[in-house]
Design a protein. Structure first.
Length: 277
């Protein structure tokens, strides 16, 4: 069993406002559709989503996993802290013929009954809730006994994990008690978060092929324009030209470490499923 972690309400309120604004920056749906569209279907398949299942997607964004789950015949709620992302999700769902519900919700305090869902998913979503144990407790709480929790998260050593490491020196300090997002990509960390409340944990590190960017500069400029966390870090140092140039170079160096001669990369992630005890 996990230790109970109580985050003060005023801290949660402040974090909620900050993170909603952060993910509304730029155009996250462009990342979901142009760079990582394959992840959602991978998670839905791994979690064994079936027709008629009650499914919650936590940190759903514009529906990367929620829409494939709905297309599999499930009764789906796509929940996210940032409802500004829902219009793109609704458009994508309509284009694919998927029907689902969109609901503003904080992963730290989900507004659903205990055991309300057969399957709870999160595809590079809940990993960005900074209070990991609190968010994990909510995932477990809303999953019925015998139900499935399915997660995809970027690993610390993989490309996105290393991108956050490269940005960290330029970012504002996180709130007290916050943990880095890529820790959700560490199997032992996630096992500890879920504790003895789950059984039959299956975990596998995989690599997502990414060929969207022909060069490191194209990657950097795309993320500077559309990815909320990157936009926020650049805004934090906007009045310091030297620091901005340092971050530009750090992201170019990162891309050079991972891209091959044709610009292709592999972005490492953890795929984990578990059965609620």
């Amino acid at each position: 069993m996990s230790d109970t972690v109580i985050v003060p309400p005023d801290v949660l309120t402040a974090v909620r406002a900050k993170h909603r604004a952060l993910w509304a920056l730029g155009d996250y749906p462009a990342v979901a559709t142009e760079v990582i569209p394959a992840l959602g279907p991978v998670l839905v398949e791994a979690a064994g989503v079936r027709p008629g299942d009650r499914v919650l997607d936590v940190g759903a964004g514009s529906g990367n996993a929620a829409i494939p789950a709905a297309l599999a015949g499930a009764d789906v709620i796509a929940s996210d802290l940032t409802p500004e992302l829902f219009d793109a999700g609704r458009a994508a769902a309509a284009a694919s013929g998927a029907e689902l519900t969109w609901d503003e919700a904080d992963a730290h305090a989900l507004s659903y009954d205990d055991g309300a869902f057969d399957t709870v998913l999160s595809c590079v979503g809940v990993m960005f809730a900074p209070f990991h144990q609190t968010a994990a407790d909510e995932l477990v709480r809303v999953t019925r006994p015998g139900g499935t929790i399915g997660l995809i998260a970027w690993t610390p050593a993989g490309f996105i994990g290393q991108m956050f490491a490269a940005m960290k020196p330029f970012a504002p300090a996180p709130p007290p008690g916050a943990q880095p997002p890529p820790l959700w990509g560490d199997e032992e960390h996630v096992r500890a978060l879920l504790g003895d409340r789950v059984t039959t944990v299956d975990a596998e590190v995989r690599s997502l092929p990414v060929s969207r960017f022909a060069s490191g500069a194209e990657f950097r400029d795309f993320f500077k324009a559309v990815y909320g966390p990157t936009i926020a870090v650049y805004r934090n140092i906007a009045d310091d030209a030297d620091r901005t140039a340092e971050l530009d170079d750090a992201l170019l160096d990162l891309a050079a470490r991972f891209q091959d001669a044709d610009g292709a990369m592999g972005w490492e992630y953890l795929l984990l499923t578990a059965t609620r005890s």
